[in-house]
Write a protein that binds this ligand. Sequence first.
Ligand SMILES: Cc1cc2nc3c(=O)[nH]c(=O)nc-3n(C[C@H](O)[C@H](O)[C@H](O)COP(=O)(O)OP(=O)(O)OC[C@H]3O[C@@H](n4cnc5c(N)ncnc54)[C@H](O)[C@@H]3O)c2cc1C
Length: 388
Amino acid sequence: MDFTLTEEQRAIEDGIGQIMSDFGDEYWLEKDKTGGFPEEYYQAMASGGWLGVSFPEAYGGADLGIASAAVMMRAIASSSGAMQAASAIHMNVFGPKAVAVFGTDEQKQRWLPPIISGEQKSAFGVTEPNAGLDTGSITTRAERTNDGYVVNGRKVWTSTAQVADKILLLARTTPKEECERGIDGLSLFYTDLDRSACDVREIDKMGRKSVDSNEVFIDNLKVPAKDLIGEEGKGFRYILYSMNPERILIGAEAVGIGFEAVRRASEYAKERVVFGRPIGQNQGIQHPLAESWAQLEAAWMMCMKAAALYDAGESCGAEANAAKYLGSEAGFTACERAVLAHGGMGYAKEFHVERLMREVMINRIAPVSQQMVLNFIAERVLGLPKSY
Ligand SMILES: Cc1cc2nc3c(=O)[nH]c(=O)nc-3n(C[C@H](O)[C@H](O)[C@H](O)COP(=O)(O)OP(=O)(O)OC[C@H]3O[C@@H](n4cnc5c(N)ncnc54)[C@H](O)[C@@H]3O)c2cc1C
């Protein structure tokens, strides 16, 4: 068991730190107010070669594994960029994992290099308004044609669909009634987000303004057969493959945001003098921040344990879920305490902690809720009966 970062991981932290220093508080605050994809930042990450961190070297990636990706995403989120910075590239880091594992050589050659170079962006279309967390109940339908499929349906919360060129799309190819389980009969496509067939409408939301979230209305989207990943009907199995890395990265990002909030609150508490002494001299200010530090460290260890298992090819479902759960809770609690430690100024945008708190809320909700994480652990680890 080794609790230190490798030399490579330290180099990742340094490299990311250098890029993030060009995108400071004012940049992200402006993005939070006015929106618009953070293209300059995205291109800087592409130029630095960071968008291929977990993809095979043969296609231009660095093949570093999820532990290193977690170090990278924590470093990104712990800058002022929080989830705006993390989500802008998150899909590049974990999303096309299904492509990298289940795609053919021809598909990987066609799809991965443009993602890694920053030439193309991709969105992830799984969630639907009438299915929610019950993915087996999605109704977006892909019907076979002579040369491929035609897709009709509706997605919701599809991030980056305003700017994406491609979409990783889950759709039903066999009616649910004809399947043994709801999650059977779903197929995964990686295809052009053709705007003549997809009406993309942005959702006005609480935070992370520059990384858009959308409703996508799909009307006769033509998908060539060569854009089907793996076998028809096995799409849910393929996205499961990217779910554990995604949970680990979401946990790591929340930990990064939490540490940044604690750092800001500690700095403020050293400077702000009330009743003739710095507020940080009061244990009522110190203890919540110190406790948050301990909670964040513990959550980070779970992220790294889950990542180490994943990278070793071992099963890591429970640990990846726990990493997402603990990271998100610790991150949110740290941000809330940082706001309170700032007093009234915690509510002012110029001190940034309220923005961190709004953004880290996402990690508790998506890609899976905290309740569903606990359902998973209760059922799969503790052997309790399924509750739903
Ligand atoms: C900012 C943001 C970005 C997102 N980006 C994407 C994206 O790019 N692509 C994509 O496909 N999706 C995306 N999502 C969707 C996200 O994954 C879903 O919102 C999330 O999975 C929850 O689904 P839902 O909103 O339908 O909640 P629902 O399924 O409606 O659940 C609502 C609440 O009920 C609880 N609940 C439901 N059933 C149970 C049960 N059996 N036991 C206990 N509690 C239960 C849930 O835990 C939750 O608290 C994003 C969401 C957000 C907020």
